[in-house]
Design a protein around this ligand. Structure first.
Ligand code: NDP
Length: 296
């Protein structure tokens, strides 16, 4: 079997176009422009790149983008004061604090100071609890993107066996909750899982979110399974820098029914879902119907 490639780049462009359409409608019919505030503390080069591309895409879909760049030694008090100001600003519907934060800042405290209704990353403890109890929440962007691609490919996921490899708070755990919400039978695997190859071989859906280059070989994949590779790993091969996932793409593509490539799979969906979440937050804040197909 040769796997169908799930083109995350094309899918993300479709999601962004849907968001842009809805934003245009909101402006025309309600005079409202969704706004996303991104807070960056310090000058981490990777974070700067992410923040720049988030700002660019926010503007491209017609939303307002507010960037707050703070000094690396900004105090917790000053950062919390800024978040409080953004929480109370009606023009701001989404707030994202770019992680990781410098060591002297308490990440949990900072994230939990964001108004949960504006927490477009879905990391606030209230949103974690709401997702865990199957209630309406803001859902973390990367797992939301994975869910959208799976729904698009399969239609219903009901009754499918899903294995999520990785149990982080930002990917593995929320991914498992979302799959459970769509009535999959879900296994969460991690570094202590026994017989990981056997566990993965049982799955109709494999989501790999480990952070280890090409750790999942093709012979762990059940014939015809759908493979979602969240991993983004920079490696050097043949003297060149290369981006690879957590799945060995070449061998997995020979057995899977469908697979996301790296790059061009899950990655582009993450920012698209951030924009979708900002739109959702704006609709909720204004008591308007939520955008269809862009939420969990
Ligand atoms: P974390 O490091 O927070 O979590 C990794 C998880 O993998 C842990 O639960 C760990 O288990 C598990 N793990 C580690 N080694 C093994 C092993 N040998 N066998 C089984 N499980 C293992 O990573 P993240 O969840 O933050 O990210 C995972 C990957 O996804 C990274 O490559 C990251 O770059 C990428 N990523 C991509 C995004 C995108 O937009 N596409 C967004 C976010 C992340 P344990 O808990 O037992 O230690």
């Amino acid at each position: 079997m040769v796997a169908q490639v799930i083109d995350g780049k094309a899918f993300a462009a479709k999601v962004r176009a849907q968001v842009a359409d809805q934003v245009a409608k909101l402006k025309e019919e309600n005079g409202i422009t969704p706004g996303l505030a991104v807070v960056l503390v310090g000058e981490d080069p990777a974070s700067q790149v992410y923040v720049r591309s988030k700002g660019k895409m926010t503007v491209e879909v017609g939303m307002n983008s507010y960037e707050h760049k703070l000094d690396v030694d900004t105090s917790e008090k000053d950062l919390l004061a800024l978040i409080d100001k953004l929480n109370n600003d009606p023009a701001v519907h989404g707030i994202l604090v770019q992680l990781p934060l410098p060591k002297h800042l308490n990440e949990d405290l900072v994230i939990n100071s964001i108004d949960p209704a504006k927490d477009v990353d879905g990391f606030h403890i209230s949103n974690v609890g709401l997702l865990g109890t199957g209630q309406k929440s803001m859902v973390p962007c990367t797992p939301l993107g994975c869910l959208m691609m799976l729904r698009d490919h399969h239609g219903s996921l009901s009754g499918m066996d899903a294995v999520v490899v990785g149990r982080s708070n930002i990917v593995g755990k929320p991914m498992a909750q979302l799959l459970l919400g769509d009535s999959c039978t879900v296994t969460i695997a991690h570094s202590r899982t026994k017989d990981l190859p056997d566990v993965v071989r049982r799955a109709d859906i494999v989501v790999a979110a480990v952070g280890r280059p090409e750790m999942v070989p093709g012979d762990w994949i059940k014939e015809g399974a759908t493979v979602i590779d969240v991993g983004i790993n920079r490696i050097e091969r043949d003297g060149k820098n290369k981006l690879v996932g957590d799945v060995d793409y070449a061998s997995a593509a020979e057995r899977a029914g469908a697979i996301t490539p790296v790059p061009g799979g899950v990655g582009p969906m993450t920012i698209a879902c951030l924009l979708a979440n900002t739109l959702t937050a704006c609709c909720r804040a204004n008591k308007l119907p939520e955008p269809e197909g862009l939420t969990a």
